[in-house]
Unconditional design. Structure first.
Lengths: 117, 252
């Protein structure tokens, strides 16, 4: 119980850099949960949802790959050069479940706070 | 800003990375330009949507820091998980220990108390039974006891005293005889070598024999009286035991 609370405390300490990225991790993993996308497609999809510059997404994808939550593979394309596809790993799915709950808990608390009269 | 400019500027800003990593990242952005062009966007449009190369390099730096920071976070997480497990197991152990003392120790104490109570009751019962038995016995022997006490006081004690005196005086008498025999012997032997006053010369040889015989007789008599005394004392002890038995009511 207190571990969870402490976990959230840690999250809050890191929040200035973490909150946005936590949201991005969540977005990326949620999008890739159902279907594999190649880089450009994925970046376009996320930039539709979140108001961020597309360039900052590639470092995030790279980090997620380093964390072994994503895997990449090259796929031949009829139209042009082979595309680098991104897919979620088993670890990534587990991590997604975890951060989804954390996000829900976090937003619930924040919402409760800001809805106070 | 076209593709080439963008890539070159980014390359400049990513000098802190290893060459392999840098080229991999640059490859991603080049790919992005290629697919953007396929979607009929201009290089400038794509470059502007990607953001400033400086911002991207900042982002990459932050992500790298994030990785190291995440390592710390992971360590923290594992640490807290371990501790939470440890505290849980400790709680379980403490709880079980508490339960053990609550149930078994209490039970143990109560059982002991009960056993002590039972033993006390048994002990009291035994004593009461014994007392009752003795009371029942002593009632029937009252006359016997009375006669015995009367006999002891007015006859028994005197008989005992006279026996003691008789035997004792016999013992003293026999010792006196043996001492006088010894004295006769010694004076007779001394009288052979030295001329003693008041001792006749013709008494010396018979004096020695008489002394020896009187001494032996005295010793024998003292031994006999000693033995007699022992026999009498045994008899008296038996009589005392008999008295005790009668007093306790063991003899009907």
């Amino acid at each position: 119980m207190y571990y969870k609370i402490l976990g959230i405390n840690l999250q809050i300490i890191k929040m200035d850099t973490q909150l946005k990225k936590g949201a991005m991790d969540l977005c990326v993993l949620s999008i890739l949960k159902n279907k594999d996308y190649y880089g450009y497609e994925l970046v376009q999809k996320i930039s539709e949802i979140l108001p961020i510059s597309e360039g900052t997404l590639y470092p995030i994808l790279r980090r997620l790959k380093v964390e072994r939550w994503l895997e990449t593979y090259l796929k031949e394309s009829k139209e042009g050069p082979s595309r680098k596809y991104y897919g979620i790993t088993r670890n990534g799915k587990i991590h997604l479940g975890k951060i989804k709950n954390e996000w829900k808990e976090f937003t619930k608390r924040i919402n409760k706070l800001i809805e106070q009269k | 800003m076209n593709k080439k400019q963008f890539i070159e500027e980014l390359r400049k800003n990513l000098k802190f990375l290893k060459k392999e990593d840098r080229e991999e990242i640059l490859g991603d952005y080049e790919e992005h330009f290629i697919f953007g062009k396929e979607k009929k966007r201009t290089e400038a449009e794509i470059a502007s949507s990607l953001g400033k190369p400086k911002e991207i390099s900042k982002e990459i730096k932050q992500e790298l820091n994030q990785e190291s920071f995440n390592l710390g976070g992971m360590l923290n997480d594992t640490f807290f998980v371990m501790f939470s497990h440890l505290s849980d197991s400790l709680k379980i152990i403490l709880h079980s220990v508490q339960e053990f003392f609550k149930t078994d120790f209490k039970d143990f104490i109560e059982r002991k108390k009960e056993s002590v109570k039972v033993k006390k009751k048994e002990f009291v019962k035994k004593i009461e039974e014994k007392q009752e038995e003795q009371k029942a016995k002593s009632k029937g022997n009252f006359i016997k006891k009375f006669i015995l006490t009367f006999f002891n006081i007015f006859i028994g004690i005197w008989i005992m005293i006279s026996i003691y005196i008789t035997v004792g005086s016999l013992f003293v008498f026999s010792i006196a005889i043996s001492v006088s025999g010894l004295a006769t012997l010694v004076t007779s032997i001394v009288g052979i070598f030295y001329a003693l006053p008041y001792v006749a010369d013709n008494f010396l040889m018979p004096g020695i024999f008489a002394g020896i015989s009187i001494l032996v007789g005295g010793i024998l008599l003292s031994i006999g009286s000693w033995q007699l005394g022992r026999v009498f004392s045994k008899l008296i002890k038996k009589y005392m035991k008999f008295n005790k038995k009668i007093m306790k009511g063991e003899v009907k």
